[in-house]
Design a protein around this ligand. Structure first.
Ligand code: NAD
Length: 478
């Protein structure tokens, strides 16, 4: 018996949750269920997070959370409950299987069977954004070694447990050499620990094009947060219907399972919604808690029902479907098929091996870190790099000198091009003039002198080497 938390959500949420619970209970799921209220009602009662403390207490105690879609009210500064939950509970892995159900659900990609594993906590989603000048805003892209190791290891363990043959990594490390570079590097390191699983890396742009065109080429794909967000929707859509996909959000101690679609408010209360997405989430939950026999039974009965042509309105198609059913009728049909297997679609087999247990992240020894320069960011609306260089060179601090100025990353001094468009946001790179390192004291002096010269400094970014290796990017064109 496992104690779980559920939230029935908004719109079609309560109907698809009821159908899902009915099916998994009929299949023999051993669950003790606590229900919490999250979403629209909580938001509208004035809680901008959409969830209150008592709900958190229950979710954290039970550790396993099955959540129906919720409605986030428009405007009013309401925070996304999904993002909050992922971050608070450390749900670092978002797992989204995208499989075609050809010929029973129309798709251009009959052979598609991929699992997207998206890093869920970092990258541009850390939400650290600032306006720094009149013309420029920034968003910090944070990628950590623990974040990369956890998600990449999860992808390989997932592939191993589910008998998958290949793990592909998507990044844009030809451009983002530090952030995406780290993700790719960690991928290569961890891949070596799994010699039986094929591995490869693609640059995200051509990789995404290949997914849209020839998804059958891929098996498991792991990638940083933003790319995963976009691509997992593309992948789910091209299977034929987003209404059929579930997703798991996995952390070291907690996990949340859901459908990928929203609360479809216009369909609410009509008993027409397709419960399959949430049911897919529930199957992943059953595997997660070790009730693999029940998960297998539910999944095969569901596949058989789809194969029988018993379809809700969203996937109903004249000539393919046999019967257009309501939410409750669909649930009854799945229940009636419990114990049976599909004959055209591939039946699944899960066993205890399917339960993933990952080792905790082991911290590495600190590297030798040396300060070798500083980037001083400046707000200046003179727009001419040579003039700014003259100004900045008057900020003289013994032992450091101006080595380069960039604008939006492009080198504009020395030897810039007149054609390069410049904004009011400049990066002035200072390096040691004598070849030695730079001290924090020199940086503070630099800021003080700049202030005295009336230069509007926005921020500084220290330049380091780690174990002697340069750990910052060069200016484009440098
Ligand atoms: P949606 O997914 O709710 O609906 C998009 C379309 O798909 C609609 O035409 C709907 O009728 C159909 N649809 C969706 N699920 C279906 C199902 N199970 N069966 C049959 N048809 C289905 O997306 P939306 O309209 O953009 O968003 C509605 C609300 O849901 C918004 O408030 C949004 O914030 C919220 N939302 C919540 C989640 C979540 O809780 N995880 C995810 C996405 C959107």
């Amino acid at each position: 018996m496992t104690r779980i938390t559920i939230a029935k959500g908004d719109g079609i949420g309560p109907e698809i949750m009821e159908a899902t619970l009915e099916i998994i209970k009929a299949a023999g799921a051993q669950l003790e269920i606590d229900e919490v209220e999250v979403g629209e009602k909580v938001y509208l009662a004035g809680n901008t997070a959409g969830i209150d403390k008592s709900a958190w207490d229950i979710i954290r105690r039970n550790k396993v959370f099955l959540k129906a879609p919720i409605t986030t009210p428009q405007g009013g500064g309401y925070k996304s409950l999904n993002v909050t939950t992922r971050k608070f509970l450390g749900l670092y892995a978002n797992v989204r299987p995208c499989i075609s159900l050809h010929p029973f659900v129309k798709t251009k990609h009959p052979q598609m069977d991929i699992v997207i594993i998206r890093e869920n906590e970092e990258d541009l989603y850390a939400g650290i954004e600032h306006q720094q000048t009149d013309e420029v805003v920034q968003c910090l892209k944070l990628i950590s070694r623990p974040g990369c190791e956890k998600i990449v290891r999860y992808a390989f363990e997932y592939a191993k447990q589910y008998g998958r043959k290949k793990v592909t990594c998507f990044t844009k490390d030809n451009i983002m050499k530090q952030t995406d570079g780290l993700f790719h590097q960690v991928f290569d390191e961890i891949a070596r620990e799994y010699p039986d699983i094929e591995n490869e890396h693609w640059i995200i742009d051509i990789g995404a094009a290949k997914v849209a065109d020839t998804p059958e080429y891929f098996d498991v794909i792991v990638m940083p947060n933003l790319y995963g967000d976009v691509l997992s929707d593309v992948a789910a859509q091209i299977t034929g219907s987003v209404g059929l996909a579930g997703s798991a959000n996995i952390g070291e101690s907690c996990a949340m399972f859901e459908a990928i679609h929203g609360s479809a408010p216009r369909r609410a209360g009509q008993n027409v919604a397709n419960p399959s997405g949430l049911l897919q989430g529930a199957v992943m939950m059953l595997n997660h808690i070790g009730q693999t026999t029940v998960a297998e039974k539910v999944q095969n009965a569901w596949l058989k029902t789809i194969e029988d042509g018993i379809h809700t309105y969203d996937i109903y198609k004249e000539g393919v479907s046999k019967q257009c059913v309501t939410t409750t009728e669909f649930a009854q049909a799945v229940i009636a098929n419990l114990g049976q297997q599909p004959s055209t679609l591939k039946a699944v087999h899960y066993d205890q091996e399917t339960v993933l247990t990952l080792p905790k992240y082991q911290r590495k020894a600190a590297a030798k870190k040396e300060l070798v320069g500083v980037d001083l960011f400046v707000h200046w609306d003179g727009y001419k790099a040579d003039e700014l260089a003259e100004k900045i060179r008057q900020v003289s601090v013994p032992g450091v000198e101006l080595s380069m100025i960039t604008n939006r990353g492009i080198k504009v001094w020395p030897e810039g091009f007149e054609e390069t468009f410049c904004t009011d946001h400049w990066r002035c790179r200072f390096k040691p003039s004598n070849g030695a390192g730079v001290t924090k004291k020199q940086i503070i002096e630099l800021l003080e002198k700049a202030e005295m010269q009336g230069i509007d400094t926005i921020k500084t970014e220290n330049l380091y080497t780690f174990n002697g290796k340069q750990a910052y990017s060069l200016g484009q064109g440098q």
